[in-house]
Design a protein around this ligand. Structure first.
Ligand code: GLY
Length: 389
């Protein structure tokens, strides 16, 4: 881990400058992306406006909320609330909601709206999203299914990404007083640890279960290099996920998971601390990086640092500040004539010899999740931030 001792930490001034830069970009493109959303990734570094259909649209709304928090500019609040109306329509009309992504979608849009403005319609939408998410809990296997198709054998599976969909369940229990959401979240968390966490601290992305018996059948990857390697963003979900679950539950097992996944992530970073799309790759490999994994892990380290003993807390806070310095110096979009995104060199999906079923998508591009988490990490370093999760 001493490999990164020489790296510099991002400064307060750089954090403020980074947030200002991101906010300037968001305000610049807001007219085009108020009634529409950003796609999951840029194409040749440009996002196209899309309808509110995919699992990723909440990231853009979350960016607008972060920019609003930074500036208190009412134009941003109005635009974010327009987007929340779209999320209300999506959940009430049942448009593209048959997946576990309810947290990614509704925490960053409607929970954020409720926390920041007290908007009741947004709260109602987020609670409906939580209700929808718990319909995907499968008692045979004790997990939240990633796609809501109860009897579909190949889809009877869990994925590590779901860890970031648990916070909306914890939040729903807090605001309703009904523990059923939290209980499902904790049960799913425990199955994730049992099934996806490997001995060495890395995680598998996915596990398939028998839909008749609930028996765990096998593990595999969907977006990593191979079934045995560690997909970088999946590992980052497994760094941030336990930190948020710990915040809401105080359960030691969350810290225990983090104590394995965070060191694995750090130990497998290349020189500049920004992972290739899979942690099995090191310096000079031909594969693309995934800057989103770096930003997600930085958020997780900053969150967990709040609950760790001083020495460990300082260590992880400094890891996060070093990662963010690297992203700020070499990955942040500064020239808005070249891209309408915020963070360069992300990867959504990358085809490999071991994983030919996955097609290339958003390779070496801006990604909506990379942009969002980059800004969230900056906000965490800017002030004592109340998270939207
Ligand atoms: N949750 C899908 C992904 O991280 O690409």
């Amino acid at each position: 881990m001493n490999k990164f001792e020489h790296m510099s930490l991002i400064t307060k001034e750089e954090v403020r400058d980074g947030l200002q830069n991101c906010t300037n970009q968001i305000i610049k493109i807001l007219p085009e992306f108020t009634d529409k959303f950003q796609g999951s990734n840029s194409e040749n570094l440009w996002y196209q406006p899309v309808e509110n259909r995919s699992w990723t649209t909440g990231f853009w709304t979350g960016e607008i909320w972060l920019a609003y928090e930074f500036t208190k500019d009412e134009r941003l609040k109005e635009a974010a609330l327009v987007q929340c109306d779209s999320f209300y329509e999506r959940i009430t009309k049942g448009i593209s909601i048959a997946s576990h992504d309810m947290g990614f979608l509704y925490s960053l849009s409607c929970v954020a709206a409720y926390k920041l403005t007290g908007n009741e319609k947004a709260k109602e939408a987020a609670l409906l999203a939580a209700d929808n998410l718990i319909t995907m809990f499968r008692e045979k296997g004790n997990f939240i299914q990633s796609i809501n198709q109860p009897d579909n054998k190949p889809e009877y599976r869990m994925i590590v990404d779901t860890l970031l969909n648990l916070p909306i369940l914890y939040w729903a229990s807090e605001v309703t007083g009904d523990v059923k959401y939290r209980d499902i979240a904790v049960t799913h968390f425990r199955t994730t640890v049992d099934v996806l966490l490997r001995e060495d601290g890395s995680v598998s992305q996915a596990a398939r279960f028998d839909n008749e018996t609930g028996e765990h059948l096998l593990n595999y990857t969907r977006q990593g290099y191979s079934d045995d390697s560690a997909w970088s963003r999946g590992q980052a979900w497994a760094v941030y996920g336990p930190a948020i679950s710990y915040k809401y539950t105080g359960l030691q097992e969350c810290k225990d998971m983090y104590a394995k996944t965070a060191p694995y992530f750090m130990e497998h970073l290349p020189e500049d601390m920004v992972a290739y799309f899979d942690l099995c790759f090191t310096e000079g490999d031909k594969w693309p990086r995934d800057s989103s994994a770096a930003a997600i892990a930085a958020c997780g380290m900053l969150e967990m640092a709040k609950y760790l003993e001083t020495e460990e807390a300082e260590f992880y806070a400094s890891c996060a500040k070093k990662i963010m310095k690297s992203l700020y110096d070499n990955y942040m979009v500064r020239d808005f004539s070249k891209s309408n995104g915020l963070l360069l060199h992300g990867t959504y999906c990358c085809q490999t010899d071991f994983n030919a079923m996955i097609r290339d998508l958003g390779k070496d591009e801006c990604t909506s999740f990379g942009d969002y988490f980059f800004m969230e990490a900056l906000m965490r370093l800017h002030k004592d931030w109340e998270m939207y999760w």
